[in-house]
Design a protein around this ligand. Structure first.
Ligand SMILES: Cc1cc2nc3c(=O)[nH]c(=O)nc-3n(C[C@H](O)[C@H](O)[C@H](O)COP(=O)(O)OP(=O)(O)OC[C@H]3O[C@@H](n4cnc5c(N)ncnc54)[C@H](O)[C@@H]3O)c2cc1C
Length: 411
């Protein structure tokens, strides 16, 4: 962004000031990756990273704002994400770090779409690929990985959020060659637009929680969009009612016949939110830095005020800490050492920092910081969702503290 320096300094001091400002206008770290995390990728993944990042910034970032304001789903943009391979990150053999950095860059462009891409890869493609039958894989994976089909992950219920594992009330009853599903789900992302929902229900015969593929055009399935959200407004979250929905026996995921089987994937998806939190902070930094270099008060750019500089440095510090934590998480994940405690710590810590970062960005931009037209208002709302979903901040803190004390404080 071009900066028109105007200062009161004169002589050598002025030259030094202007030189420093020129440095600020063309920063040595234009991608805000001060810790050189992207350099950890192998060369071919660095090339793909740059290509997708450019596409996300040029095509998705600005275009998403109107959709966000209107709470409308951008089907055209989804198709473009598919063409760049973002529906197949779980199965295309890319490194954990690359997949994570993709989540970062999608979130940096639009957090709602990063929620869709993340849930899609971690919880839909991941579950079917690892827990599905050969028939289910053949039926769904080609469309899913191309992003021409999407699924919804239906776990949370109106009366059970944090206590879902013990409290889940949706039932599955086996009748002949069919399962009959009854219950209600809440907050289900893409619930109104998905081809199927991956529904978690309790088998009345053995009381185990099992995973079922429920096509959304089955009689008895109804989904109602939850409107007026303050964040993730593009993601079509839904209240779902399952009223005697009949599905064939073959729609049960054979690998998901008790809840513990899904735990590994739920651990990974918890960690995925940490990547989103890093991405939203980089977005907040991008927006705040650009604004501070453009907006003038008292005759000079906001970027020249010390208090503004401190806020920029704190946002970038938080973002870099989050990104570095997640890069290390990717390493232990690749080594097969990731446990729930690290995923919960990464999720709670990065979302706490993200909340602080967007609050600073909002304040730095004054009144314009509250408007989605200037992007920061959009990020401010979106951060709230990261803080709460995939286990609230408090629940993830309890998981960490239980692991390090041996004492459970849930009840
Ligand atoms: C926008 C959005 C998208 C979502 N997408 C999906 C989705 O696609 N699929 C899906 O299945 N779910 C989804 N969720 C649900 C999400 O995972 C839950 O909202 C979350 O787990 C919290 O549950 P709850 O909202 O019922 O809050 P509650 O469980 O009612 O908790 C309310 C508050 O009480 C606190 N609390 C609860 N128990 C304790 C305790 N023991 N100790 C201390 N504090 C406690 C919580 O931390 C929280 O602050 C989504 C939610 C949102 C908001």
């Amino acid at each position: 962004m071009p900066v028109q320096p105007q200062g009161r300094a004169s002589g050598q001091q002025a030259i030094e000031d202007e030189t420093a400002l020129a440095g600020a206008a063309a920063p040595p770290f234009p991608d805000a990756d001060l810790m050189h995390i992207v350099d950890l990728l192998p060369p071919e993944e660095q090339v793909r990273y740059q290509e997708i990042r450019d596409f996300l910034q040029s095509r998705i970032r600005a275009a998403s704002i109107d959709y966000w304001n209107r709470e409308e789903f951008p089907f055209g943009l989804l198709a473009e994400l598919g063409k760049y391979g973002l529906g197949g990150l779980q199965t295309d053999g890319t490194s954990k770090l690359f997949k994570g950095l993709m989540y970062v860059e999608v979130a940096r462009a639009d957090v709602s779409l990063s929620a869709l891409v993340g849930i899609h890869n971690e919880l839909i493609v991941g579950m079917i690929d690892q827990l599905g039958s050969e028939e289910q894989k053949a039926r769904w994976l080609p469309g899913l990985t191309a992003l021409t089909q999407i699924g919804a992950f239906a776990l949370t219920e109106p009366d059970h959020g944090s206590d879902i594992a013990g409290g889940l009330a949706t039932t599955a009853r086996r009748e002949g060659g069919e399962w009959v599903i009854n219950g209600a789900k809440r907050w289900i992302g893409a619930g109104t637009i998905a081809d199927f929902a991956l529904v978690w229900a309790r088998d009345v015969a053995d009381q185990q929680i099992k995973g079922f593929i429920v096509e959304t055009d089955r009689p008895g399935y109804t989904a109602t969009k939850i409107a007026n959200k303050i964040g993730l407004r593009i993601m079509q979250n839904a209240d779902i009612v399952l009223d005697d929905v009949r599905i064939p026996e073959s729609n049960l995921l054979p690998g998901a016949t008790d809840f513990s089987k899904a735990n590994e994937l739920l651990r990974d998806s918890r960690a995925w939110v940490g990547w989103q939190a890093a991405g939203i902070q980089l977005a907040a930094f991008d927006v705040a830095r650009a604004y501070s270099l453009e907006r003038k008060q008292f005759g000079k750019e906001l970027a020249r005020f010390q208090l503004v500089q401190q806020q920029l440095a704190e946002i970038l510090g938080n973002a870099s800490a989050s990104l570095s934590l997640m890069a290390q998480l990717a390493r232990i994940q690749a080594d097969g050492k990731l446990e729930m405690v690290q995923a919960a710590m990464a999720k709670s810590t990065t979302t706490r920092l993200a909340r602080a970062s967007v609050a600073m960005g909002r304040s730095l931009m004054g009144g314009n910081g509250i408007s989605s037209d200037y992007e920061m208002g959009k990020l401010f709302g979106d951060a709230e969702i990261l803080y709460t979903y995939e286990g609230s901040y408090e629940i993830n803190s309890l998981i960490v503290a239980r692991a390090v004390t041996g004492k459970s404080a849930f009840v």
